[in-house]
Design a protein around this ligand. Sequence first.
Ligand code: KMH
Ligand code: ZN
Length: 275
Amino acid sequence: MEKLIITAAICGAEVTKENNPSIPYTVEEIGKEAESAYKVGASIIHLHVREDDGTPTQSKERFRVCIEEVKKRCPNVIIIPSTGGAVGMSNEERLQPIYLDPPPEMATLDMGTVNWLGGDDIFINTENTIIHFAEEMNKRGIKYELECFDKGMIDTTLRLHEKGHIKDPMHFNFVLGLIGGINATPRDLIFLVNSIPKDCTYSVCAIGRYEFPMVTLSILMGGHARVGFEDNIYLSKGVLAKSNGELVEKVVRIANELGREIANPDEARKILGLK
Ligand code: KMH
Ligand code: ZN
């Protein structure tokens, strides 16, 4: 089996210090959290950024300084800025990090609209939005992480791939257990994995208590793993994680027990087909 790529989603846009005091907001906090994950085995940082008061932002300048801080602490790590941002942001705002110079190696591409965490919120990604985001990334040589919250989003991806908007090699991230998206069960994950072409790569993340069971199944099936405060703030039942590093360490322990080696960033680049 390929070595395991571990992504740390260190911040997200939804969780706050009221949920877990270790959620990073400032540039220094973001840098420290990325470093905690990198030091113990994360080769990718999925990055959202915040203002110092915790407000999510897609400001290009804020991304620039945060990426600089992360790179200083984690020299060759792969950074995947979010183009999802937070619910309610405009498309122009969400796309800001892909216009950095130099452009990021990768960025997220959200593959459909989803009811967001119950209530009235909707995370809107129309087909035209997806095509526009993909084409803008294509122009800049940015590889997308294809975020799928449900099976239909895989079908959309494959259709847009067929039409030439989405380029090879495709790398998916399956998000399970989000209220509004697909459930986090072995049956659902196997269904998703069986729905993508065999030559694609994929990673798996799941919300809250589903994080480690779903990631473990992905490790067993040959997929990759994403953990971090964006998805889950607990190390175990009722025990808040003190850092993203603790969550990554737990994945490394599980992978070691299951005999799956961990990829370093350059090995991850090779697996993902990055230049
Ligand atoms: N915060 C969500 C609305 C992404 O990073 O592309 C979007 C999200 C997905 O987290
Ligand atoms: Zn995200």
